[in-house]
Design a protein around this ligand. Structure first.
Ligand SMILES: N[C@@H](CCC(=O)N[C@@H](CS)C(=O)NCC(=O)O)C(=O)O
Length: 223
């Protein structure tokens, strides 16, 4: 049964994470650009995919079945991991548990806190914003210990933990005290140099396609 994947997204950390996961998993997919600057994510065709009006959204199509829609970047990463065992999560039970532990360390303790800080940026709660931003940064710095003895965030193999860690480290790069974090810096350069990571970062700038709900029908007619 042929399955096709579309990743609707934009140039944001959450979308990059999802695209990198698909690339690292070796899954073929079509990126669909959602232009946040003109509010495409709040229009009917995108809201039909995700009523929350957020990106990324993964649309999985299989002949004879309703499209399967997945919102939440981290669910997309775990779905990609399930489709290609071992590429994003180790096969060994304990190694996998460690990779999931580190994945959630970045997702809940760094990314979520950083997003909470970001959401306060235009509010009057500037003190609260700074507390959260500092906390996210201080927590991220502690990841130095994960890569002090190992190549990757959860040991000797690349995993979903590295994907979660990479995009948030990239966005906080200018605030990190790099001279105190030599292992994190070496890890960052290693991840940045991976071809699949590079492709994931480019996913939403190389494709002119925009969401076009009439497109599938027109293509069907033309066939
Ligand atoms: N927890 C969600 C967050 C999704 C999210 O906040 N996406 C942002 C871009 S990174 C978005 O769609 N923002 C548009 C808006 O909120 O108007 C995920 O990880 O996918």
């Amino acid at each position: 049964m042929k399955t096709t994947l579309e990743l609707h997204g934009a140039q944001t950390g959450n979308c990059f994470r999802a695209a990198i996961a698909l690339e690292e998993a070796g899954l073929s997919y079509t990126p669909r650009i959602v232009d946040l600057s003109i509010g495409e994510h709040l229009r009917g065709e995108h809201l039909a995919l995700n009523p929350a009006g957020k990106v990324p959204v993964l649309v999985e199509k299989e002949e004879g079945r309703e499209p399967f829609i997945l919102t939440q970047s981290n669910a997309i990463i775990l779905h990609a991991a399930a489709k290609t065992p071992v590429r994003l999560l180790p096969g060994n039970e304990r190694d996998r548990a460690t990779a999931i532990e580190r994945f959630f360390f970045f997702v809940t303790d760094v990314i979520a806190v950083s997003h909470a800080a970001f959401s306060l940026r235009a509010s009057s709660a500037q003190e609260g914003q700074k507390i959260l931003a500092d906390r996210a940064l201080a927590t991220l710095e502690t990841a130095e210990r994960y890569v002090a003895q190992a190549e990757f965030m959860a040991g000797e193999t690349f995993s979903a933990a590295d994907i979660a860690a990479y995009t948030i480290t990239r966005s906080m790069k200018s605030d990190l005290p790099w001279s105190k974090l030599p292992n994190l810096l070496a890890w960052f350069d290693r991840i940045e140099g991976r071809p699949a990571v590079k492709r994931g970062l480019e996913a939403f700038d190389r494709v002119p396609a925009r969401i076009d709900p009439g497109k599938d029908k027109r293509e069907e007619k033309a066939r």
